[in-house]
Design a protein around this ligand. Structure first.
Ligand code: PXG
Length: 288
């Protein structure tokens, strides 16, 4: 358990880190967050996470009470105070304390919370064997609803998909968009390999543009692999040579079965393994 939590403008003991029952983050899921990794005491892609947080804030008209440099400094201090060498940061900004009505502008001030802790990893065995996934019947929200680009505190869409996965004994659920194209998994982005080329749904398919996704695309291009962002159908998933997911928690993980259809030979594919290795090395290297 984390010992010290950043609350607004200072570190406090974990048992003193409390928020009001009138916080709109709790009452309405009105807020945003980021999940960030720490590798070898270095905060991975901190600038990209801060940029994404501020973009989420802009969309929902939330004023973050710290500027980007102050926020980065607060994150660094929280990691140090908890002695986290390899771990996980949860950065949260809620709308803050308001009344029982929806109006966000009646809230006093946004509430910044930073938790730095150990990370719960998928067991290594799962990376070797690969994940089983299902197609979710819950679709990603329409772009004119909660924009999927906003990493909001309302994750019920993803949670409904995750429940479906758990109910069917699968590790993850693939979510489609309102047009029936693949969007992403409940907390990861989706890639497929077909004839040696790498495909991933474009941002406009309605997905969170993952920071891991961007790095994996870059590493693939550097290796000479052609990377194509285009709409992917369910049949594309069923007939691809390889399928894998990317995200802060999972990094790169192979999928070997979807909706009772085996992918490839039922083991994580060669390109998946190569990109997992490259990502693993990059994240732990001193230039990351
Ligand atoms: N799509 C969704 C819906 C996500 O929530 C990703 C894609 C991958 O994005 P990144 O930037 O991480 O490559 C996410 C990330 C958690 C947790 O505790 C979830 C995420 C990140 C960190 C922790 O479930 N989601």
């Amino acid at each position: 358990m984390a010992a010290k939590i950043w609350m607004q403008d200072k570190l406090v003991d974990a048992d003193q880190a409390k928020i009001s029952v009138f916080d709109h983050g709790l009452l309405y899921g009105d807020g945003i967050f980021e999940g960030i990794r720490v590798y070898g005491s270095r905060i991975f892609e901190l600038d990209a996470h801060i940029e994404r947080l501020y973009k989420s804030a802009k969309v929902i008209r939330l004023d973050i009470p710290l500027d980007k440099a102050e926020l980065a400094d607060a994150i660094e201090q929280t990691v140090k105070a908890n002695n986290i060498a390899d771990g996980y940061i949860r950065l949260i900004v809620t709308r803050g304390v308001g009344d029982l009505g929806l109006d966000p502008f009646l809230c006093e001030k946004a509430q910044v919370i930073i938790i730095a802790d150990e990370i719960q990893l998928y067991p290594e065995e799962l990376y070797e064997k690969g994940l089983t996934v299902i197609s979710s019947t819950t679709i990603r929200s329409h772009p004119l609803s909660i924009p999927p680009q906003v990493k909001s505190l309302n994750y019920l869409n993803s949670i409904l998909a995750k429940i479906e996965a758990i109910d069917s004994g699968a590790g993850e659920a693939i979510m489609f968009n309102h047009e029936g194209y693949v969007a992403e998994a409940s907390a990861d982005n989706v890639f497929i390999v077909k004839d040696g080329e790498l495909y991933t749904p474009p941002g406009y398919a309605g997905l969170l543009e993952g920071i891991t996704r961007a790095i994996v695309m870059r590493l693939a291009i550097q290796t000479g692999i052609k990377v194509i962002e285009r709409n992917i159908t369910r049949a594309d998933l069923y007939t691809c040579d390889e399928l894998f997911l990317t995200g802060t928690g999972a990094e790169v993980i192979g999928v070997v079965e979807i909706d009772n259809r085996k992918i490839g030979d039922g083991k994580p594919g060669e390109m998946t393994k190569m990109l997992r290795k490259k990502f693993f090395e990059y994240a732990r290297s001193s230039n990351a």
